[in-house]
Design a binder for this molecule. Structure first.
Ligand code: SF4
Length: 257
């Protein structure tokens, strides 16, 4: 299996841990995905970015990373496609690591097993759209079960484990899809009372013209979210705003409501 391992790279997307900072948080990026999202540059990463890690080498890499901090984000790509994921999570947890796992939610059975075994502390689920049609369009694949039906099964399962697994659901906002999106997003996540909504402003503006997607002015989106939270107090302390690309690796640029 192959990973790109990036020490001290990611900004943890939660605020209830005092040690949430980029300097102690490492990314373990898996090199395969089952989606082809239109705004994602994952498929453009060079093959040379990835190295093969058997269990022994991975364990050694974890030891080195632990010297700089114990937060590990398993991301990708889609980490649940990795046949060695469970074993490698076990290695990280046995050494005292704290696990963030990013997924598109397409593999509920695998995620349930990992949650059952207490191998995930924070589960990030990326929702590809506010309905199946949009999710298919954004994920750029044909199998709607994968990125819609399965995602909701994953959220149902995560809800069962919500006392020990923090779930953060992400949705990308653009100028073009913004209208009514926040309200609809909240309606979709409402049945999961401990889940966070994470609003990602589109991270780059260099997408091909035919996609017609553009980021939203930060102040404008900030004000919209603030007004929404002010008027809907059940969302207080449950909304995370990532205003741009810097939010991937700069904890200070993430805004919590
Ligand atoms: S699921 Fe994630 S990694 Fe895969 S293509 Fe979509 S955004 Fe990129």
């Amino acid at each position: 299996m192959y990973y790109e391992i990036i020490p001290n790279k990611f900004a943890p997307k939660r605020k209830d841990r005092e040690d949430s900072m980029t300097t102690n948080s490492h990314s373990i990026c898996y090199g395969k995905c089952n989606c082809n999202c239109v705004f994602c540059d994952f498929t453009k990463r060079p093959e040379s970015a990835y190295n093969t890690y058997d269990d022994e080498l991975f364990s050694e890499a974890v030891d080195i990373l632990l010297e700089k901090g114990n937060n590990f984000k398993f991301t990708g790509g889609e980490p649940t496609l990795n046949p060695h994921l469970e074993r490698h999570l076990e290695i990280v947890k046995a050494k005292g690591g704290y696990v963030y796992l990013d997924s598109n939610g397409s593999n509920p059975e695998i995620l349930e097993k990992l949650m059952q075994k207490n191998l995930i502390d924070v589960l990030g689920i990326s929702l590809k759209g506010i309905d199946k049609e949009e999710a298919l369009k954004i994920a750029n694949i044909k199998n709607g079960n994968l990125i819609w039906d399965n995602v909701w099964r994953t959220l149902e399962i995560a809800n069962k484990y919500s006392d020990k697994v923090r779930t953060i659901v992400t949705l990308v906002f653009t100028q073009e899809n913004r209208e009514g999106r926040l309200k609809r997003f909240a309606e979709l996540i409402c049945p999961y009372p401990k889940a966070y909504m994470k609003i990602n402003n589109l991270q780059r503006d260099d997408h091909p013209e035919h996609l017609n997607i553009h980021s939203i002015g930060i102040d404008s989106l900030y004000n919209e979210i603030k007004e929404f939270v002010d008027q809907n107090s059940e969302w207080k302390n449950r909304v995370i705003f990532v205003p741009g690309a810097s939010g991937v690796s700069n904890y200070d640029s993430i805004i919590f409501f």
